[in-house]
Design a protein around this ligand. Structure first.
Ligand SMILES: NC(=O)c1ccc[n+]([C@@H]2O[C@H](COP(=O)([O-])OP(=O)(O)OC[C@H]3O[C@@H](n4cnc5c(N)ncnc54)[C@H](OP(=O)(O)O)[C@@H]3O)[C@@H](O)[C@H]2O)c1
Length: 339
């Protein structure tokens, strides 16, 4: 008799605009059996990240979309249940890319053992994982913060933004965070130590940002785009650097973007202020991973870099939690505790 004890969430349809629950389908399938050279993994934690919205769309991007009826992709922390692979034994915990499901088969490709991990295992998906690395590599390689400079980042209480602000301060820069609402602003200021925090939901956002950046902005770590960009752009100093990391404000957009055509003004200031704008996908800096793990690991263990996780229990709650991420409902790194 078949044992239907693998749970998985597949992409049922492609969202138009904001995703809804019916874009996902929960399925029960048979527990896979590892063949020769394979490992059966039980997923402990699943990372939910903004990039997943792009994978739900068939539009051209830097990565292939998830096919309809396929398991949603995602980074995971998993435990080896059964191994027929010479390099893995039952009980070991690994970082994998197993997606939105409770169990997965692997041939070992891309698995990273999390032996002697210096912090809770969930941090392998957050501050010591992809988002933390994105902050580290993007800020230090493209932004290159210097003593006394002003660094601005939005989504400042989130996984990437909170790390950007703290690393900027460790490098002697002033960190100004932008976040949505008083609770997130208080977290950015009190937990993550931003020197100043501005609420992008406030009707006085543009004026508040000017007041928070009396010396202008030397580095803008772009996470959101939209009206936050409109507020930041006029304040950029000559020779400012803009690592373009994400544009979450437009991930659910359909068709033409709101507002006037910004391109002529942006191009004028790129020229006249000698601005450097550089988009990046974190994996291009993969060669920096060992240095990141060593340096960030020390910062996290010593408390020099703090982190916050928003842990949601139960794989079945992943679709709702993901939709909430795009609405700004998460407070800190969003992780699903699968088992
Ligand atoms: N380039 C790369 O390799 C790479 C890698 C990882 C992440 N990223 C990007 O980095 C950004 C942050 O990712 P994360 O994982 O740290 O997410 P996160 O901050 O944990 O969560 C997303 C946050 O974005 C903010 N947000 C959503 N819609 C917004 C809007 N319309 N205007 C302003 N803020 C909005 C919300 O915070 P508030 O409520 O505070 O506004 C929300 O909590 C995303 O754009 C993501 O795509 C890029």
């Amino acid at each position: 008799m078949a044992l239907f004890n693998n749970t998985r969430i597949v992409l049922a349809s492609r969202p138009i605009g904001r995703p809804s629950l019916d874009n996902f389908r929960i399925e029960q399938t048979e527990l896979p059996v590892p063949g020769h050279g394979q490992i059966l993994l039980r997923i402990l934690y699943l990372s939910l990240d903004p990039y997943m919205r792009g994978r739900m769309s068939a539009a051209r991007s830097y990565a292939a979309p998830v096919e309809i009826a396929a398991v949603m992709e995602g980074g995971t922390v998993a435990q080896v249940v059964e191994s027929r692979h010479p390099d893995f034994v039952a009980g070991e915990v690994v970082l994998s890319h197993s997606g939105w499901q409770s169990h997965a088969l692997s041939d070992g490709t891309g698995l990273v053992k999390l032996q002697n991990w210096p912090a809770p295992l969930s941090t392998a998906l957050g501050v010591l994982g992809m988002p933390g690395f994105t902050a580290y590599a993007g800020l230090l390689t493209i932004g290159q913060p210097k003593q006394g400079e002003t660094v601005v980042v939005a989504a400042a209480s989130g996984a990437v933004g909170s790390a950007v602000g703290q690393i900027a301060r460790l490098k002697g820069a002033k960190a100004v965070g932008i976040a949505g609402g008083p609770t997130k602003c208080a977290i950015a200021r009190d937990e993550f130590g931003f020197d100043a925090v501005v609420d992008h939901r406030s009707p006085t956002f543009a004026e508040d940002l000017i007041a928070a950046c009396p010396d202008g902005i030397d580095i803008y770590f772009e996470n959101v785009g939209g009206k936050v960009w409109d507020g930041v752009f006029p304040l950029l100093n000559s020779f400012a650097r803009i690592p373009v990391c994400g544009l979450i404000a437009q991930y659910n957009s359909i068709g033409v973007f709101e507002g006037p055509d910004r391109l002529p003004v942006v191009m004028r200031d790129i020229l006249s202020k000698s601005l450097t704008m550089r988009g990046f996908i974190q994996r291009e800096f993969v060669y920096q991973k060992p240095k990141f793990l060593e340096e960030m690991g020390q910062w996290v263990v010593s408390g020099a870099v703090r982190y916050r996780e928003d842990i949601v229990d139960g794989l079945q709650n992943a679709p709702e939690a993901f939709i909430g991420l795009l609405d700004g409902n998460n407070v800190g790194k969003l992780v699903i505790r699968v088992s």
